[in-house]
Design a protein around this ligand. Structure first.
Ligand code: NAD
Length: 418
């Protein structure tokens, strides 16, 4: 399986191997659990606005098919590779199993820079990509959702392209759509809202008062901005946030409403006046109660893990902490880690609700969505915390073990064809 070789895929494999040892999974069964079931690489040609024709590489990886269709985001970012997508698909599998969803994991993406593309170019790219992978997706096959660099509009274009191909509307082919097209109330906020809920549960365990805590958020995108707002709602002071261009720091607390208005006016993130500038490296080691990496993988490494200064490390991004950094953080019992597959699971949980609503053409209130979301997250949090205490293992190993064990059991029960 050398095609997936990459730092992020190696990282996901290292995490899997550790848990497979813990769970005493027989050697015979490990490769079948670890490697993605199938993957598709496509060349996506489009005309740019200036008349040039450019071909972008696009990927979709489906990790396992043992529990239902596959589910996972679509990422538009210059660094997307098939190895990164495969790692993200593997994490989606353990996340869906941890939260009891009837899905295998998937992920996809295009190596492109959406910040440098016009809306019309992005639309052409999304539609052509959807056409190239059309036989690989579907409401009973594989259901994409937004991720870094994609949003509700991207999902609307995918849904429209798929529906045009089929000849009728198929809202259940993607989740994270606009509400008017069969999207779910509360989906846009789901991941960040779930991050906020789980941080609240970690504060309960540690006996911290949210009104006296400070938080730092790396990546003020969909997930990071909603997580920050949800913490601020409970009185936590947000002292630093960042995007790809750099960070903003205000010891007295950033005014998030003003920051949101500044961004809505399409002004540069780092031009926000009521803050000092810091780099993303400085931001990660800023003293705070809650550190929320909500950008990309491998941000906390062996180089800065000993210097992070927080009580709660809430992994809103996928894979923000490398295994080498984990070894360091595991020696720092003062840090309560909410591992990624638990911390950001709110997104796929409400995506599941959206899919269920689409299949039934019967839609729920936002209060119902939020109530059901918190109940699922509560169970996953309690089970993870309990297993971590019982087996004296890290919260990451506990969460991964729960997810991996459920997939392993499903594969065992189904047997091996033929
Ligand atoms: P997004 O594109 O809305 O936001 C990403 C943010 O990170 C942007 O503000 C961007 O400027 C910033 N960023 C990018 N590179 C950075 C860097 N090197 N340093 C600092 N900031 C950087 O994406 P999102 O949907 O908010 O996703 C963020 C993370 O959450 C990703 O790891 C994604 O896989 C994960 N996630 C997202 C969802 C979801 O529902 N959107 C669900 C689960 C997990």
């Amino acid at each position: 399986m050398d095609i997936y070789a990459s730092p992020t895929f190696d990282m996901a494999c290292r995490q899997f191997d550790l848990c497979a040892d813990l769970l005493e999974i027989p050697d015979n069964d490990r490769a079948r659990l670890k490697y993605p079931k199938r993957a598709l690489t496509v060349a996506v040609p489009i005309h740019l606005d200036d008349g040039r024709t450019v071909v972008y590489p696009g990927y979709r990886v489906q990790h396992h098919l043992s529990l239902g269709p596959t589910k996972g985001g679509m990422r538009y970012h210059p660094d997307v590779t098939i190895g990164e997508v495969a790692a993200l698909a593997m994490w989606m599998s353990w996340k869906c199993a941890l939260t009891g969803l009837p899905y295998g994991g998937a992920k996809g993406g295009i190596a492109c820079d959406p910040r440098k593309m016009s809306t019309t170019e992005l639309e052409r790219l999304t539609r052509r990509f959807t056409q190239e992978i059309i036989s690989f997706i579907g409401p009973q096959v594989d259901i994409p959702a937004p991720d870094v660099g994609t949003n509700e509009q991207t999902m609307a274009w995918m849904m429209d392209t798929y529906s045009t191909h089929m000849g009728y509307s198929v809202p259940g082919v993607v989740t994270g759509k606009p509400v008017g097209l069969g999207g779910s109330l509360g989906r846009r906020e789901a991941t960040g809202r779930g991050v906020g809920y789980l941080i609240g549960r970690a504060m309960d365990v540690l006996g911290l008062d949210s009104g006296k805590c400070t938080a730092v958020v790396q990546g003020y995108g969909n997930v990071g901005s909603v997580a920050a707002a949800s913490l601020a709602k409970h009185g936590t002071k947000i002292i630093a946030v960042s995007d790809v261009d750099g960070g903003l720091y205000n010891a007295g607390g950033l005014d998030l409403q003003k920051l949101d208005a500044h961004l809505a006016a399409r002004k540069p993130f780092t031009a926000f006046p009521e803050a000092d500038h810091i780099t993303n490296d400085q931001l990660l080691v800023t003293p705070c109660d809650v550190l929320v990496p909500a950008a990309l993988e491998r941000q906390i490494t062996e180089k800065n893990a000993a210097r992070i200064q927080c009580r709660i490390l809430a992994e809103a991004a996928n894979g923000p902490v490398t295994p080498d950094a984990d070894l360091i953080i595991n020696q720092r019992p003062e840090i309560f880690v909410i591992p990624d597959i638990l911390c950001n699971a709110g997104g796929v949980v409400v995506s599941y609700f959206e899919w269920v609503q689409d299949l039934q053409s019967f839609f729920w209130s936002e209060a119902e969505v939020v109530d059901k979301l918190f109940r699922i997250l509560e169970t996953a949090f309690a089970q993870t915390h309990h297993l971590s205490k019982q087996r004296k293992i890290s919260l990451r190993q506990a969460a991964l073990s729960l997810g991996i064990k459920r997939v392993a059991e499903a594969k065992k029960q189904r047997g091996l064809f033929p």
